[in-house]
Ligand binder design. Structure first.
Ligand SMILES: Nc1ncnc2c1ncn2[C@@H]1O[C@H](COP(=O)(O)OP(=O)(O)OP(=O)(O)O)[C@@H](O)[C@H]1O
Length: 299
């Protein structure tokens, strides 16, 4: 379990992370979302023990992470911009990982050759950007980390490779309880992979929630009635957003599906559709709530 409490980090005059607290449970896939410059990379680097927090505490399985060599053998951070030693071949990099990570699994490395299909003799820096990212996953998955932190992890991978890598990640979570933290702007991908979501904005965590709870608590509703829209109904609904299009009211309503449905039906609507919001819509709405423009949200 990763636990961070009141973590702060400042760069010169920029307060990149401002008193953030949270927990990432073992075996969970946690999606860290946020606007550009929100502090996601900074927080991830603190959780990975790359940066030292200015104040607050970060522990992984109850141990501080910064400069903790033993812990770092079980934790891998894949950054958005990859770095490999110059002139290194895939095999040489694998040897380096084998000597660094005690759980290195040579059999798995050999097996994954059939997924990534590149000669280990290839020099990594001569490979394309997407191929280099494949190498990063090949090495990481063979090192069998307990904790994997990734910044924009699937960027640059083609659609087939994305699916293969996602399956491998999910397999590791299911089979050996690996914990994953992902930061990505690709919300569809986060929605597919993650079970928990945290949204950072201007260095602060707006909230963290189970994805299913988050999605079952907000709905996109379309309503129309024979006459005017009954005001009494609107007052009873917990409306987060509304937009009138002709005689149809499009709105975002907070609350459980059953409660919204039974309330609306009391007023005999002629049109009544209710859909869950996508993570992308939830994100845009939440960002709107903190003053990040969210116009024409409904489509
Ligand atoms: N090494 C650094 N030196 C100075 N300022 C930094 C440094 N790293 C990050 N910052 C600043 O801290 C803030 C948060 O940056 P960070 O990279 O953590 O954001 P992010 O959420 O990952 O953004 P993005 O989604 O655009 O990648 C920004 O204002 C950034 O300019």
């Amino acid at each position: 379990m990763i636990k961070f409490e009141n973590v702060k980090k400042e760069f010169e005059s920029v307060e990149a992370v401002q008193g953030v607290s949270g927990t990432i449970e073992k075996g969970s896939i946690y999606g860290l979302l946020g606007s550009n410059g929100a502090g996601k990379t900074t927080l991830m680097k603190i959780l990975a023990g790359i940066y030292k927090e200015d104040s607050g505490s970060v522990t992984v399985d109850n141990q501080p992470v910064f400069e903790n060599v033993e812990l770092k053998q079980k934790l891998i951070f894949i950054p958005d911009v990859l770095y490999f030693f110059p002139q290194t071949t895939i095999r040489q990099a694998a040897n380096f990982y084998r000597d660094t990570y005690t759980a290195w699994n040579e059999e798995r490395f050999q097996k994954l050759y059939h997924v990534f299909n590149m000669s280990p003799k290839k020099k990594i820096q001569r490979l394309s950007k997407g191929m280099q990212r494949q190498v990063a996953f090949w090495l990481t998955l063979s090192a069998m980390p307990d904790i994997l932190l990734m910044d924009e992890p699937l960027d640059g991978l083609d659609a087939v490779m994305r699916q293969k890598v996602k399956n491998l990640l999910i397999e590791d979570v299911a089979e050996r309880d690996m914990t994953i933290l992902i930061s990505s702007h690709n919300l569809q991908e986060v929605e597919d992979l993650c079970d928990h979501i945290g949204i950072l904005h201007k260095g602060e965590l707006l909230f963290e929630k189970d994805l299913d709870d988050l999605k079952s608590d907000v709905h996109k509703v379309q309503l129309a009635f024979k006459g005017d829209i009954p005001q009494a109904l609107l007052e009873k609904l917990d409306l987060l957003y509304e937009e009138k299009r002709g005689s149809v009211l499009l709105c975002i309503v907070k609350g459980k599906e059953e409660r919204i449905s039974s309330l609306v039906k009391q007023y005999s609507p002629v049109i009544f559709d209710m859909l869950p919001l996508t993570l992308e819509e939830i994100f845009i709405y939440e960002m709107g709530g903190v003053g990040y423009a969210a116009e024409n949200l409904l489509v």
